[in-house]
Design a protein around this ligand. Structure first.
Ligand SMILES: Cc1cc2nc3c(=O)[nH]c(=O)nc-3n(C[C@H](O)[C@H](O)[C@H](O)COP(=O)(O)OP(=O)(O)OC[C@H]3O[C@@H](n4cnc5c(N)ncnc54)[C@H](O)[C@@H]3O)c2cc1C
Length: 523
């Protein structure tokens, strides 16, 4: 691209030899190797979307290098021993229905590069104060059977989506475009666009079912009275039946490692410990794909972007934040409800009304005594996550954007409410505030884990109507700030790379990538 100057990416560079040069000895080990001066494509950021974009480009025969600001790759798909030695915690994502469903991931040989899915016997349980629980089972019928008077309505709502899952999937996890299966999409879309509260009020009478649906919909990180929140609930519920809510053996890092190792096998390069502050730091390339949010793009691309586009990016809205706590335990969580002991994920927040209040408060910048808590307990199903007999627990709650409140005690109290005696099992914990998360990964603006709010105006056309493209030739966004948005699925990177291949290299990718143009409805 013409705006990017031909410069060494690893300044200061002491040695230059012909077409290649060596990094300074002060750079991290990963950079102490020969780096070329020019590539077909450069990717900024080695999150799941950046790595996916690089894979698409490398599979199309393009030379590609990825620059990652942290010393480890993975972004939101990382694991670390953050509490005690031997306790492997997922730094961000932990439970992966969207990765398991991703049409792109499914066609990659990720299993050959170490990715193995574990399906907990129950995808998700939602305990209530009376000791009962709503349970999202793999089987739709078994789930419905546990929901009393709502058995039939639950089946009516979820069966068409589960039945048409494969057809709908290519449109769920894609930019806005003419649907591949218009009839199936029409009936799904009519409900998905509504608010979770409206759909629950219309279909469900049991406290249990309403709570289950509210917990699923709360993944939208929006007030449950807002449009589209029903869509999150419907997709995540149906995913539980269609593909499960699996966890990777060894932790989320295994997803990033498998993508990275596959990329390297295709000749792609990854440089860690190199945070890019300006496009001018990059080697020459025809395409630059940025796994960053609009705020960082504004900084990195600077005045290269025209004023009107800078103004649009500046208007992009970030959503509520997350406050996360990793727990190291000397025994499993002592849940009152037995189903919770077999569930990979447990939603803690009581009734729909309570969850709705908690989500609205976080959205409006208010503190809540009893926040909605999302909890995963991977070591129950994957012994590699903790020393023998010990356990790891991952938990977070939604908080106001950039909130500085320490939520550790409130999260612990919510767990204790449904698992009395939890506190006595804690060996260590580590809390992560929005500010701390953002300091490690600038994509987590104010603790927003989805790369920007998924409001109606920002869900389909994000971050602008250009989606992946920018007005600068060869410069693209490929992060969760583009469709289809947050979650580990790689589809944002995939579609951005398809766009880059088409525009900057006049070429097309192979396999699933050929199915559809990403820009059918683009403005
Ligand atoms: C607490 C938490 C829990 C979550 N739980 C789940 C879950 O259970 N399931 C799920 O599917 N999703 C979950 N997510 C969301 C998921 O992690 C993200 O949506 C996903 O990682 C987005 O991928 P990405 O590639 O767009 O960005 P990221 O994963 O954020 O990766 C961006 C990468 O770019 C790097 N970078 C940024 N700026 C620069 C720069 N200037 N130079 C070089 N490198 C740079 C960053 O260091 C980072 O490695 C969670 C996220 C968080 C924070």
């Amino acid at each position: 691209m013409s705006q990017v100057k031909h410069q060494c990416p690893l300044a200061p560079i002491p040695l230059c030899a012909g077409e290649e040069f060596l990094a300074s000895p002060a750079e991290s080990c990963d950079v102490l190797r020969v780096v070329k001066r020019a590539y077909d494509a450069v990717v900024i950021g080695a999150g799941p979307n950046g790595l996916s974009a690089a894979v698409v480009l490398a599979r199309a025969g393009r030379s590609v290098v990825v620059f990652e600001g942290e010393n480890e790759i993975g972004g939101g798909a990382r694991s670390a021993e953050s509490t005690l030695p031997g306790f492997v915690h997922d730094v961000c994502s932990a439970v992966h229905p969207l990765a398991a469903a991703s049409p792109f991931f499914r066609e990659l040989p990720l299993a050959d590069f170490g990715l193995e899915w574990i399906q907990p016997p129950i995808p998700m349980a939602h305990p209530l104060d009376d000791g009962s629980a709503a349970v999202l089972e793999r089987s739709l019928n078994v789930t419905a059977a546990g929901l009393g008077r709502d058995a039939e309505p639950y089946r009516d709502l979820f069966a068409p989506i589960t039945r048409n899952w494969e057809r709908l999937l290519t449109d769920f996890l894609a930019p806005p475009r003419l649907p591949s299966h218009p009839l199936a999409m029409l009936s799904f879309g009519a409900r998905a666009l509504r608010s979770a509260r409206a759909v629950a009020d219309k279909h469900f009478r049991e406290i249990k079912t309403r709570a289950l649906f509210a917990g699923l919909a709360a993944h939208a990180m929006l007030p449950l009275e807002d449009s589209l929140t029903a869509g999150f609930g419907l997709v995540l519920g149906a995913a539980g039946h269609a593909v499960g809510w699996p966890i990777p053996r060894g932790g989320a890092q295994k997803i990033a490692d498998a993508l990275a190792n596959y990329l390297r096998s295709l000749g792609g390069e990854i440089i860690t410990g190199r945070r890019i502050e300006s496009l001018e730091e990059l080697p020459e390339a025809r395409a630059v794909l940025c796994d960053v949010t609009p705020r960082q793009l504004l900084r990195i691309a600077g005045r290269t972007l025209p004023e009107y586009f800078r103004a649009r990016l500046a208007r992009y809205r970030y959503g509520m934040g997350a406050f996360k706590v990793d727990w190291a335990l000397d025994a499993p969580v002592p849940w009152k409800n037995e189903a919770c002991r077999r569930a990979g994920t447990v939603h803690l927040g009581g009734t729909l009304e309570e969850i709705a209040e908690s989500e609205r408060a976080a959205w409006e910048g208010k503190s809540r005594e009893q926040p909605f808590v999302l909890l995963a307990q991977p070591s129950l199903f994957d012994p590699s996550r903790a020393p023998a007999g010990k356990h790891t627990v991952w938990s977070y709650c939604h908080v106001p954007h950039a909130s500085a409140e320490d939520m550790t005690e409130k999260i612990a109290a919510q767990i204790e409410r449904f698992a009395p005696g939890f506190g006595a099992r804690v060996l260590a914990h580590r809390s992560h505030s929005p500010a701390e998360m953002e300091s490690r990964n600038p994509n987590l603006v104010g603790g927003d884990i989805n790369g920007g709010a998924a409001t109606l105006d920002q869900f389909f056309f994000r971050p602008t109507r250009r989606l992946y493209a920018t007005p600068v030739k060869g410069l693209y966004l490929c992060s969760a700030s583009t469709p289809p948005g947050g979650g580990v699925h790689g589809m944002c990177g995939y579609f951005a790379a398809i766009k880059a291949l088409k525009e900057s290299f006049s070429s097309r990718a192979s396999g699933f990538e050929n199915e559809k143009s990403p820009d059918a409805l683009e403005g």
